[in-house]
Ligand binder design. Structure first.
Ligand SMILES: *[C@@H]1O[C@H](CO)[C@@H](O)[C@H](O)[C@H]1NC(C)=O
Ligand SMILES: *[C@@H]1O[C@H](CO)[C@@H](O)[C@H](O)[C@H]1NC(C)=O
Ligand SMILES: *[C@@H]1O[C@H](CO)[C@@H](O)[C@H](O)[C@H]1NC(C)=O
Ligand SMILES: *[C@@H]1O[C@H](CO)[C@@H](O)[C@H](O)[C@H]1NC(C)=O
Ligand SMILES: *[C@@H]1O[C@H](CO)[C@@H](O)[C@H](O)[C@H]1NC(C)=O
Ligand SMILES: *[C@@H]1O[C@H](CO)[C@@H](O)[C@H](O)[C@H]1NC(C)=O
Ligand SMILES: *[C@@H]1O[C@H](CO)[C@@H](O)[C@H](O)[C@H]1NC(C)=O
Ligand SMILES: *[C@@H]1O[C@H](CO)[C@@H](O)[C@H](O)[C@H]1NC(C)=O
Ligand SMILES: *[C@@H]1O[C@H](CO)[C@@H](O)[C@H](O)[C@H]1NC(C)=O
Length: 485
C-alpha cells in the first residue's frame, strides 16, 4: 500500500509537472500567434492602461490615465501592427489628446500613417512619428484634423508622398520630414494648408521637384531642403511662395541659376545656396529679390560673375562668395550694392577664391578707405590675389603698410607660401597690371556714385531700371529749362 500510495503521489507530481511544462510550452507557442493576429480582442478599453506584457503597443500617458482626460501621450511600438489592428481604435478612449508621439522601437514596425487612430483625435495639435518604415504617405493620411499645428516625421524611411498626402489641415503651421528618403515632390502633395509657415525636408533623397509643387503654400515663410540631390531649379519651381522669407538649398547639386529662378519670391530675405556645384549665374537670376538681405554662395564652382548679377538685390547686407574659383569681382559687379558695402553692418566674405592681382580689383582700395564696416575692412586687408606678372622690386620694399592707417600687419608677404600670392592692399594701386582687354571702370568714382538706397527702390517698385530714373528726371528738367530760356 505504502509503495502504491507513493507511486501515485510521485506519478501525480510528475503528471502535474509535465502538464505545467506543457501549458508553458503551449503558451509560448501561442504568444507570437496572438501578436500577429491583428483582429483579436485586445480586451482593454483605455489607451493609457494597456498592461498586457505581450502587447506590441504601449502608451505612456502624462498626467494621469483617466479615460477621456489625457492630453499628452507617448506610444511605443514593439511589434508589427496592421492598419486595422484594434489598438488604433483604442485612441477613441482618449479623444482629448493634443500631443501624440509614436516611437517605433528597434523590434517594431510601422509601415503607414495610422489614419484610423488620428480620426478620433479632433483636438490633436502635435503629432510626431519616428523610426517607422512608412515608405509612402497616402492621400489624406492626417485625417483632415482641424487643430493640428505641428507634424514631425523624422527618420521614418518615407520615400514618396502621394497626391493630397498632406491636405486639408487648416491650422497646420510646421512640417518636418527630415532624414527620410523622399526622392521627389509632385504637384498636389501639399494642398489646403493655409497656415503652413515652415516646411523642412532636410537630409532626404530629393532630386526632382515638379514645377508648382509649392503653389498652394502662399503663407509659407521658411523652406529648407538642405542636403539633397537637387540639380535643377526653374522659374516655376517656387511658384506660389509669395510670402517666403527664407530658402535654404545648401548641400545640393545645383549647377546653374537661370533667369528669374527666384522671381516669385517677392519678399525673400535669406537665400542659402552654400555647397552646391554652381558654375553659372545668369544676370537675372536674382531679379526681383528687393528684400534679400543674406545671400550665401560659398563653396560653389563660380569662376566669373556677369556684370549685372547683383542688380536685383539692393538690400543685401550679407554676401558670402568664399571658396569659389572667382578670378575677379569687378566694380561693375559690386556697383549695385556698393552703398551696402560701405555700411557699418555689412558682411562681405570673398576670401578663398582665385583672384588675379590686376586693376579690376582696384575699386577695393577705395572701398577699404570708405567702408564703415570693420568686417569688410578685415576681409579686404587680408585679401590675397595671384600675381601673374611678378616685379618683385616695385613693391616688395618697405611699402607693406601702403593703405593701412595703423601699423598693424597680420602677416608679412614672406608668410604666404606661394611666391605668386600677394596681399592685394600691399600692392600700390597704380602698379596693378592692367591688360588691354579690361575696359570697364575699375575704381570707385571720386564722388560716391548714387547707388539708389533700398527704400528708394522699394518705393518705386521692383523695376531694375530705376537707376535710370534720375537721368530721366534730369533730361526732363533740362528740356524744361531750355524751353523757358
Ligand atoms: C484572429 O482572431 C480572430 C478572433 O478574434 C479569429 O477569428 C481569426 O481566425 C484569427 N486569425 C488568425 C490569423 O489567427
Ligand atoms: C479630469 O480632469 C479634470 C481637470 O482637468 C478633473 O477635475 C477631473 O477630476 C478629471 N477626471 C478624472 C476622471 O480624473
Ligand atoms: C478628408 O477630406 C477629403 C476631401 O474632402 C475626403 O475625401 C477624405 O475622406 C477626408 N478624410 C477624412 C479622414 O476625413
Ligand atoms: C484653428 O485653431 C483655432 C484655435 O484652436 C480654432 O479656433 C480654429 O477654428 C481653427 N481653425 C480652423 C480653420 O479650424
Ligand atoms: C536615392 O535615389 C537614388 C536614385 O535617384 C536611388 O538609387 C537610391 O537608392 C536612393 N537612396 C535611398 C536611400 O533611397
Ligand atoms: C552632389 O554633391 C555632392 C557634394 O555636395 C557630391 O558628393 C555628389 O557626388 C554630387 N552628386 C552628383 C550626382 O553630382
Ligand atoms: C567645376 O567646374 C569645372 C569646369 O569649370 C569642372 O571641371 C569641375 O568638375 C567642377 N567641379 C565640380 C565640383 O562640379
Ligand atoms: C545700414 O544698414 C542698416 C541695416 O542693415 C540700415 O538700417 C541703415 O539705414 C544702413 N545705413 C545706411 C547709411 O544706409
Ligand atoms: C585712402 O585714404 C588715404 C588716406 O586717407 C588716401 O591717402 C588714399 O589716397 C586713399 N585711397 C584711395 C584709393 O581712395
Amino acid at each position: 500500500m505504502k509503495y502504491s500510495t507513493r507511486l501515485i503521489v510521485v506519478l501525480y507530481i510528475l503528471a502535474s509537472l509535465s502538464s505545467t511544462c506543457l501549458s508553458i510550452k503551449t503558451r509560448k507557442a501561442k504568444e507570437p500567434k496572438r501578436e500577429k493576429n491583428n483582429t483579436h480582442q485586445v480586451g482593454f478599453s483605455n489607451l493609457c492602461t494597456i498592461e498586457d506584457n505581450t502587447a506590441a503597443f504601449r502608451c505612456f500617458c502624462h498626467g494621469g490615465t483617466a479615460p477621456g482626460n489625457v492630453t499628452n501621450t507617448e506610444c511605443w511600438i514593439f511589434g508589427s501592427l496592421a492598419k486595422d489592428h484594434e489598438v488604433w481604435f483604442l485612441f477613441s478612449s482618449q479623444p482629448r489628446l493634443t500631443e501624440l508621439k509614436i516611437i517605433v522601437r528597434p523590434d517594431g514596425q510601422l509601415g503607414f500613417i495610422p489614419t484610423k487612430a488620428l480620426e478620433y483625435l479632433k483636438d490633436l495639435k502635435r503629432l510626431m512619428i519616428s523610426y517607422g518604415n512608412v515608405d509612402v504617405i497616402h492621400p489624406y493620411a492626417f485625417a483632415n484634423l482641424t487643430e493640428l499645428r505641428e507634424l514631425t516625421l523624422p527618420r521614418s524611411q518615407i520615400a514618396n508622398l502621394d497626391h493630397h498626402a498632406v491636405a486639408h489641415l487648416p491650422n497646420l503651421t510646421e512640417i518636418n520630414f527630415n532624414e527620410n528618403r523622399i526622392y521627389q515632390l509632385q504637384k498636389d502633395v501639399f494642398v489646403d494648408l493655409p497656415n503652413l509657415q515652415k516646411l523642412t525636408i532636410n537630409h532626404n533623397n530629393l532630386s526632382f521637384i515638379q514645377e508648382g509643387a509649392f503653389r498652394y503654400l502662399s503663407h509659407l515663410v521658411e523652406l529648407e531642403m538642405k542636403d539633397n540631390f537637387i540639380t535643377v531649379l526653374t522659374k516655376d519651381t517656387f511658384t506660389g511662395l509669395s510670402e517666403l522669407k527664407r530658402l535654404d538649398l545648401s548641400f545640393n547639386n545645383i549647377s546653374r541659376l537661370g533667369d528669374l529662378t527666384f522671381a516669385e519670391l517677392w519678399v525673400l530675405e535669406e537665400l542659402i545656396l552654400e555647397r552646391n556645384d554652381i558654375e553659372f549665374i545668369s544676370d537675372r537670376a536674382f531679379a526681383g529679390l528687393t528684400h534679400l538681405r543674406k545671400l550665401d554662395l560659398g563653396h560653389n564652382n563660380l569662376t566669373t560673375l556677369v556684370n549685372n548679377v547683383f542688380d536685383g538685390i539692393p538690400a543685401i547686407y550679407f554676401l558670402d562668395l568664399r571658396y569659389n574659383h572667382l578670378q575677379t569681382i569687378t566694380f561693375e559687379n559690386a556697383r549695385p550694392i556698393m552703398h551696402n558695402l560701405r555700411n557699418r553692418t555689412t558682411y562681405f566674405y570673398i576670401q578663398d577664391n582665385d583672384f588675379v592681382c590686376d586693376c579690376r580689383l582696384k575699386w577695393m582700395y577705395g572701398l577699404y578707405n570708405e567702408t564703415k564696416s570693420d568686417r569688410v575692412k578685415e576681409v579686404l586687408k587680408d585679401l590675397t590675389c595671384y600675381l601673374e606678372d611678378i616685379q618683385e622690386e616695385t613693391y616688395d620694399n618697405n611699402d607693406d603698410n601702403y593703405v593701412f592707417d595703423d601699423n598693424y600687419v597680420t602677416a608679412s608677404i614672406e608668410e604666404l607660401r606661394d611666391p605668386f600670392i600677394r596681399r592685394l592692399l600691399h600692392i600700390p594701386p597704380n602698379e596693378l597690371p592692367c591688360p588691354q582687354k579690361i575696359k570697364n571702370p575699375t575704381e570707385i568714382p571720386r564722388y560716391p556714385d548714387k547707388t539708389p538706397a533700398y527704400a528708394e527702390i522699394n518705393s518705386i517698385g521692383r523695376c531694375s531700371t530705376t537707376s535710370l530714373l534720375p537721368l530721366f528726371i534730369y533730361a526732363i528738367a533740362t528740356t524744361v529749362d531750355r524751353i523757358i530760356t
